[in-house]
Design a protein around this ligand. Sequence first.
Ligand SMILES: Cc1cc2nc3c(=O)[nH]c(=O)nc-3n(C[C@H](O)[C@H](O)[C@H](O)COP(=O)(O)O)c2cc1C
Length: 342
Amino acid sequence: MHTNKAPTITLKIPQALVSKSFWLENLTIGNRQYPRFMSAPIDGITDSPLRQLIREFCPKELLFTEMRHVACIAHKKDEKDVLFAPIEHPLCFQVSANKLDFIESAMEKILSKNVEMLNLNAGCPAKNIVKSGTGSALMANLPQLEKIIKLLTKSIDSAVPLTLKIRAGFKEKNALEVSQLAQDLGIQAIIIHPRTQPEGFTSPLDFDLVKKIKETVKIPVIFSGNVNSFTRAKLTYEKTGVDGFMVGRALYGAPWKIHEIKEESQGRKFEICTKKMLEYALKHLELASQYYGQGHGFNVFKKQVPLYIRKIEGASLMRQTLLRTQTEEEMKNLLKNELLKI
Ligand SMILES: Cc1cc2nc3c(=O)[nH]c(=O)nc-3n(C[C@H](O)[C@H](O)[C@H](O)COP(=O)(O)O)c2cc1C
């Protein structure tokens, strides 16, 4: 007997079959394959210098740029936002947009840099962003979201896959509807941070919603939210069955985090000693200085240095001293002196 009713797909996660090899497998996005773990876009943190350090531990993982508005890309004379070191690839460039203006010229500029993927941000909760209808506000304006996706798709012209990063919803949870719409429009993977805009970054994550999305769409679903250890990645998988995992804040002062999680997934303990942490802090400072120029690079790095030393004995005093430094040289010398003590 024929019925028009769509079959109900029940997601079964065979616990015993979640083998160690699962965590090292690739997922397919468009016609390309990437490891299941990837770095999240974190504005002001996962910039080119940090991505270069992450790459030292993760040779094949997909890394994301921070969100940039298409108008900034199209207009900016300063090319920093589209300036990448060769080792940052494979790289997904994340854009935001609220209107159709500038999409085509921004895409032309971004694609000329040979990025491997494009991502549209429909998840940013910041007040100054959503008030212009950008970021997560797009989830409450599906006709506009649709227009933007269509123009992005046309401008990219199949050169690279287009993916979408969303929240559970703007004020109301509609991520399931948005994911279905995205799939119908040809989006090749959904990345979801399952909190609404007012829920910010700390309220409970809606695993059930993500499970429903995973059961409904055919494209890969990638989870973003508190994936800061292998235990959390495993729990996330058990609750949702997602295909991929994005690591965000856990990368602060720990460019090795994704590697650490993968090692743990194989039953190996990854430890990094104080000496190595300080060496990476120094390396990060140098990369920031090269990328942003001396004074600016030092200021950008200053935000991150406390994170490198947080597990070191006497971290609190050392943090205060490091934050009082006025120049790159001063900070370098302090870090080098600490290294000499080990
Ligand atoms: C300071 C900060 C900046 C962020 N910037 C971006 C961004 O530019 N684009 C984006 O899609 N998400 C951004 N996010 C969200 C993260 O990518 C991620 O979805 C969220 O932090 C949850 O993951 P986590 O718990 O692993 O950090 C940002 C988060 C924070 C805390």
